[in-house]
Write a protein that binds this ligand. Sequence first.
Ligand SMILES: [Zn+2]
Length: 1013
Amino acid sequence: MTKTHKRSTIDLCVRNIKERNDLMKDQNNFVENLKKLNEYEVMYDEYLDDITSNAAVLRHKKSGARICVISNDDKNKVFSVGFRTTPTDSTGVPHIIEHTVLCGSKKYPIKDPFMELSKGSLNTFLNAMTFPDKTVYPVASLNDKDFANLMDVYMDAVFNPRIYEKEEIFRQDGVRYELFDKDGEIEINGVVYSEMKGAFSDPMEVLRNNEMAALMPDNTYGVVSGGDPDVIPSLTYENYLNFHRRYYHPSNSYIYLYGDCNMEEKLKWLDTEYLKNYDAIDPKSEIEMQKPIGKMVKQNIAYPSAPGEDAEAYVSYSAIISDYRDRLKEAAITTLVAVLFSAPGAPVKEALVKAGFGSDISANFDSGIQQGIFSVMASGIGADKRDAFYETLMSELKKVAEEGVSKKSLMAAINRAEFSYREADFGSYPKGLIYNLSAYDTWLYDDSMAFDKFHGNELYKKLRSLIDEGYFEKLIKEDLLQSDHCALTAMEPDDTLAEKKEKELKEKLAAYKNSLSEKEIEELIAKSIHEKEYLEEKDSPEDIAKIPLLSIEDIGKETQFDDSEIVEGLKVPVIHQNIVTNGITYMTMFFDLPEMKTEELPYVSLLSTVMAYIDTTEHSYLDLNDEINTYTGGISTGFTSFNKYRVQYKDYNRPVFLVKSKALSENMKYAFGYSLEQMYKTKFSDTKRLAEIITEEYSRLKMTIGSDPFQVAVTRLKGYISDKVATGDMVNGTVYYEFIKKLAENPEEGGKQVAGKLEELAGKLFVPENCFISVTCDEKDFEGFKKELENSELSASTSSTTAVDKILNFTPVRFEVPEKVKNEGITVSGAVNYAGIGGNFYAENYEPGGTIKFITKILSTGFLWDEIRVKGGAYGCIVSIDGITGEVMIVSYRDPHVRETLETYGKIGDFLEGFEADERTMTKFIIGTISGIDRPNTPATRGNLALIRKIAGIDAERLNKTRAEILSCTPEAVHKYADLFRKIYKNNVIIAVGNDKEIKKNAELFSTVRTLV
Ligand SMILES: [Zn+2]
């Protein structure tokens, strides 16, 4: 590899001069039209070159509302209304308002309009979010009529909610004191209360809240806008209403319209339906800048862990070093975080780990609030090393500033960030939504700055030009090294804390009960019964009919389908998805694992982890990572498996190792070169490095498990219901975790132990005979791709199998499952639970198709939502039914209960058997089901979906048949599935991950109960 560092030409949207002039003319027309609207004033406008959009910010003259308009040809339109909400306490009042304004309004007086829309609209996004300083209500849709409906329901919700008439709404989602029997104990319940108990079980949340409180004691950021479970119960109904009165006024609103729609018409509508009813006020919601606190706050805190849990300690340094006005500095600090702390081989991170400060280091720069926070966290060290950690961090930063930051690494990090900025792939989130949140990052603090985050191209160019000017070194010296506004926090686990808190709460509630007179107790019981009845009350059909609904005729008859073409005659079999990708080629090399033994699977996973983190014979891993980021959009490795449609998963499982890359099409030679270098030239014999990776991996897994028990429940459950363990537990889940844990007991030994094995596996795995490549790009770029493949160092397959046979007619693989556990209780730290049940509809002789998709919708937004969230007080419940493999999984989320939830699953059969619905209700659920299928996908996702379908044997005809079944679904069709869910329940394949006490209390439900970490 050459050592010259010429910059790769990243230019996805080259336009000629003529086109540019046309665009400017468009912008003038756009603004002229807006100026014709008398009710509004155009404050400023701009043609946003980076996202090819006409944009303007307007002010509604009478009400003082601000509106940001971004007009372009994106069919996935976005509308949102946001408010600057700046609480002064941690009662979670903005969060409770966010939940409850969506529980009925003047025009839509039903209990849950939000859920009605989730059940039966074509939305591509529908949610609401509470941030530390704002509350945002965004909706998105491809369908014009649907989009107009969503806008109306949301505007009415925020401005005319029924919360003033119905205290029950506040009690349901916020907080309620429950007492049903005069000799019983008072309990606290409520959706937000449970949600935040779950959030506070995550050590990272505890750490972040404490840091914010230390750094911003004088403004809104010092309190928890989501709500602290210890404080939430003190919120009164009156204070809650006052918050809404004060902040939910158009003068305090930030309205956003995006995409391909008639903006003038929308603006007129906003005026006549809502805004003209208000007179402008001064909402006084500005956020004061937090003045430097003039020192370093040192604090030692504790977080609750489960008894017997091997919980981690943490030390974190955080500092305020910038604010929203300086975009260049923010981008530069983000670059420094990547170079010094995040990239494989990042120098400051490595130095800290080598000096014994933790098993893993992570750093972050948060620029989503008014003042940016830089933070560095070490896992695995506690209070005794707190001060020394800080000293070493500073001396390492100083060293880097004096010796100079690697120019090559800076260039690599900037190029990679620019690649992502231009690719704008936000997965399942609409682009317009992400742009909305970007606009808030500056607009919320300065009315004139709505578009400051849309100048990335210019910004990255500027950053590159500063590399040679010592700018980054100066930044370290002036901002990272000298802070009079910072905090140093040590956080250690305390396994008595949860119990102590619970006891305190119990005592408090008992004392409260004692303070009540007999009459007051009777009143509380009556109130509790009334509130419970309210939860079970049903809306009248007349009121439900007020929620606008599309008709079946508004729905297209065809599901979007991308075909794949298998290409013969190349070095290895290739499957191509011909999709327009804006000049990026997405490539995945797949390797079958026919020779693998079950016990080798965790090693395969480890192989995927170490591949980018070990030197090759050509490069140090630091250098290789810089090369990859300079010329590509990234290379990653992993594991997945393919299945055939309607063939029982256990007979047709094809686990594959994958090496994935993306790059501008002219840079594909680099994608090939570096992928092959990792596969064939990695020095697995470096046992010292392996030892370090094992320690980091252990620490990382421990943190993810602690932060995400839901994922533990899901992977574990997957392991029970299918022999597809290859893709589940053994590779990503608890089996892998335990494998790494064992190695980490003695990492030096561990490194020596795995080195030979990894070498052997790589040799067995990366042979051309096992390989096929999937590539997504347009026709023209595919020609280039073929040339690069032939020029690459990949050896040609000598197998005589045709490409079609190789890719489609594979030999299934079966792994022996070592343990036959089918139900388990797993205790982790935290106050909430995740309870699930699983099965397979093929195994019970049921058919895939439209009805089962319809059932997924009525369970997740109907029956289970009502039982587990509304009545049970859990945050939610997911229902996942895989039409290809037949897997059925139902898992609750942040759930106060275990037994009750599992019992609810037992009632699904009866619910389905008794399912009755009038025409409107059927239409609603049918539209809702279709909305889950008609998602606007990014090019990368479309390519991946096309591949999975091709291999499974699903064609356009099959998709349209399923669609037709959904469109014509009937209650009778649903009844036929009642027995499926009864059988699944009877099989008793269950999991519960959660609170130590709750799991142990219900121990007899499980064949084993254990602690994971
Ligand atoms: Zn919430």
